[in-house]
Design a protein around this ligand. Sequence first.
Ligand code: SF4
Length: 284
Amino acid sequence: MFKIFPVVEFYITNVCNLTCRGCNRFNDKKFKGHQYWDDHAEEYEAWSKRLDIPRITIIGGEPTLNPDLEKWAMNLRRLWPNAVIMIQTNGTYWKPEYKKLWDNYAVGFGLSLHDPLTAEKIKEQWKHQAGVIEAYVFHQATVIEKNNTWVLHQSDAKRAFAACDMKHDHTMYNGKLYKCPAMSNLPDFDQQFGLTLDERQRDLLYSYTPLASNCSDFELQEFINTKDQHISQCEFCPEHLKWHTALGELKENLPKPIFDIKEIKEEDLDQVRFPPDWKLRTAK
Ligand code: SF4
């Protein structure tokens, strides 16, 4: 078994009802497509025999829009019985029946608040079900709209990695394991929107190979060993972060996300990503 941390995100939909400017998975762009459990079930079964994952997040897009949500929750719990598993939602689709995801599968919710004007109402709705992350500010995404085309940044890869707030969000997508959400989503985005890339950039983008569930032990260990190191494709991400609200306004005095560039160690796991009272809230 290989332990992988701090978190593996199972990315289950490109679809979102909000259009937060700068969404780091490009879900503000009419991006299409849900992922269904059955499409890659055998690969996830195989992964569960190789990967010990202490923290799993089910994420999108807005994961509650995926009609397969319960199937994801049920099967991830079955395959990783000891993991902390949460669904990261923007909170706009609260339903009382979500409680059964906790009651039946011990899968809780994390709430990403993106708009201070609706935050209190959403917090109240989810108060017994979800731990809260205040995510009011965004920075520019990896894709940039320029003259009606889509381009990527041309950064120094090391600097972009140092600035990156997604670098430890390992992503499981279509049965494969990716270093981060940018690498899982860019090829899909290219297919749906057509990125304008020169030949070198296109070669670099498509030279990234995610891990398949039958990869060698050496490849898997290498993936884990290099989690705190940049990859060449980091040049596609911003190295100078410009912050704005989810609605695109530049504002002062909004809470900024806190992240740092030091290595994440196994003993730090409980401090990573999950609010301290998260378990308490979901258990009620
Ligand atoms: S490619 Fe590098 S900088 Fe971009 S999201 Fe992934 S880890 Fe972060």
